[in-house]
Design a protein around this ligand. Structure first.
Ligand code: URP
Ligand code: ZN
Ligand code: ZN
Ligand code: ZN
Length: 484
């Protein structure tokens, strides 16, 4: 099957140029002028970019007594309709469960995916079995990223001891640790105090997780990773305090990556003051939406390169599920949606405002992610030999976001009423057209798992440096006799 994308302007992370693209059997086989011979897709007036990669989603996630309501089918359909052609989900073993048994569950759920996907493995408990199995997760399953939750005390949280052990194991295996950085002990105390004072509404969720909680944990995770000799990736960086810790570390030569979410870039904590309980509860996620001033910091980080990636943390719960927390905000399932809206919202609020160039847009939605997660240039590239995960982006196509027309399975949208300019004309997943002139035509089960090799260069460099700077016993000539 041959497809030609004609008359468009190719935009990658570092180049903008006019050219056609030939796709054969799901792969880009030629980039050049005046290509012909196959099904033609007209990209006149459009930008032809690597499809978006969302490095942080939770589809059908077992969490807080329920399951997130978008599964691999509706979640990837939502992604494709907004120009995202790959997602990375988190495999969450139960306490004492084998990592491989947990993976079987994730393998089962993901058979319905409409686009390609990969997994991160979460370290939800610690012991010799986990330490052992981490190796085969990396070597046999092609999963080179391990997630650590510093929050959700009594559930997913790991302590510093466990984190330091796991980070060292990651260093040895050529894996990259990921961290949800919030101080779970402080959150738990603040939650109890707020409830005791009768502060039980959704706004108290935000009060219980101030930016300091995130700044402290981010700094701690970075320092622990540095001591373990491994790079670290901080998920959902939402505040200046967390960004500051990342910035400072990078200036000191530490390899750390930061991932703001489209929600934190564009929505703020005034949402929690809304008089309607449902409105506020639907926006409960961790970290919470912040004061507007944090948004400037996150946008600046993306432009300056101190933050590298924009994700969604898509974890969608229905209004009914959110109501589990009426009378006690700590029982509101944490999470918001965004898969369908990340690309148009970032384009509208980033490229259309001049905060980001088109090339920076491609970098933070796709190419940087593919590089950081070690799947470039199979993903995240417009190059001969790369997978044909492509979005043909029409900068003049507009819509107003509304739950009534979304692909996501839930009954509301946190971006309801936002006007976006810049939407896919076509989205291709390994050459298959999933958005066709704006119309969504996905194929359930088309998506394949993307295995990722262990990291070579950075982990080797860091372990070499660790060896060079390792503590060494000083050999002395004159040792005084003891007890003299
Ligand atoms: O509130 C959130 N972010 N829910 C999903 C789980 C997580 O912490 O990433
Ligand atoms: Zn998280
Ligand atoms: Zn998450
Ligand atoms: Zn308009």
């Amino acid at each position: 099957m041959t497809t030609i994308i004609k008359n468009g302007t190719i935009v990658t992370a570092d180049l903008t140029y006019k050219s056609d693209i030939k796709i054969e059997d799901g792969v880009i086989t030629e980039i050049g002028e005046n290509l012909s011979g196959g099904t033609e897709l007209d990209a006149t007036g459009c930008y032809v970019m690597p499809g978006g990669i969302d490095p942080h989603v939770h589809l059908e996630m077992p969490f807080m007594g329920t399951y997130s309501s978008d599964d691999f089918e509706s979640g990837t359909r939502a992604g494709l309709s907004g120009g995202t052609t790959m997602v990375v989900d988190f495999c969450l073993p139960e306490p004492n469960q084998s990592l491989h048994d947990a993976l079987l569950r994730w393998d089962n759920k993901s058979t319905r995916a409409n686009c390609d996907y990969s997994f991160h493995m979460a370290i939800t408990w610690w012991g010799e079995q986990v330490w052992n199995e981490m190796e085969s997760v990396v070597k046999d399953r092609g999963i080179n990223t391990f997630k650590h939750f510093m929050a959700y005390k009594g559930a997913l949280m790991v302590d510093d001891d466990e984190m330091f052990s796991s980070f060292q194991r990651c260093a040895a295996l050529g894996a990259l640790p990921l961290v949800h950085a919030e101080n779970g002990d402080v959150v738990a105390q603040l939650q109890a105090k707020l409830l005791e004072e009768g502060n039980n509404g959704p706004e108290a969720h935000a009060y219980s997780r101030p930016a300091e909680v995130e700044g402290e944990a981010t700094n701690r995770a970075i320092m622990i990773a540095d001591m373990a000799g491994v790079p670290v990736y901080i998920v959902h960086t939402s505040s200046e305090q967390a960004h500051e810790a990342i910035r400072r570390a990078r200036q000191n030569g530490i390899r750390v990556y930061g991932e703001p979410l489209i929600q934190h870039l564009t929505l703020d904590n005034s949402e929690y003051k809304h008089p309607d309980w449902d409105h506020a509860a639907r926006r409960v996620m961790s970290p919470p939406f912040r004061d507007k001033k944090h948004q400037d910091s996150l946008w600046a980080g993306l432009a300056a390169g101190s933050l590298q990636v924009v994700a969604t943390d898509h974890c969608a719960f229905t209004t009914e599920q959110k109501r589990n927390g009426v009378g006690n905000f700590t029982l509101i399932p944490n999470g918001t949606g965004g898969l369908e809206d990340r690309m148009p919202m970032l384009w509208t609020n980033g490229v259309e405002t001049g905060r980001l160039t088109m090339n920076e847009f491609v970098a933070v939605t796709s190419t940087n992610i593919a590089k950081i997660l070690n799947m470039y240039p199979k993903k995240g590239a417009i190059l001969e030999g790369a997978d044909a995960d492509i979005v043909v982006w029409d900068p003049n196509k507009e819509k107003t976001i509304t739950a009534g027309t979304q692909q996501s399975a839930i009954d509301y949208n946190v971006f309801e009423g936002k006007h976006v300019k810049g939407l896919p004309r076509y989205t291709l997943t390994r050459g298959v057209v999933a958005v066709d002139d704006g119309e969504v035509k996905t194929r359930e089960g088309h998506g394949k798992f993307v295995a990722r090799e262990p990291f070579q260069a950075v982990n080797t460099a860091l372990s070499q440096w660790k060896e060079v700077t390792a503590p060494r016993k000083v050999e002395r000539t004159g040792i005084p006799a003891s007890g003299v």
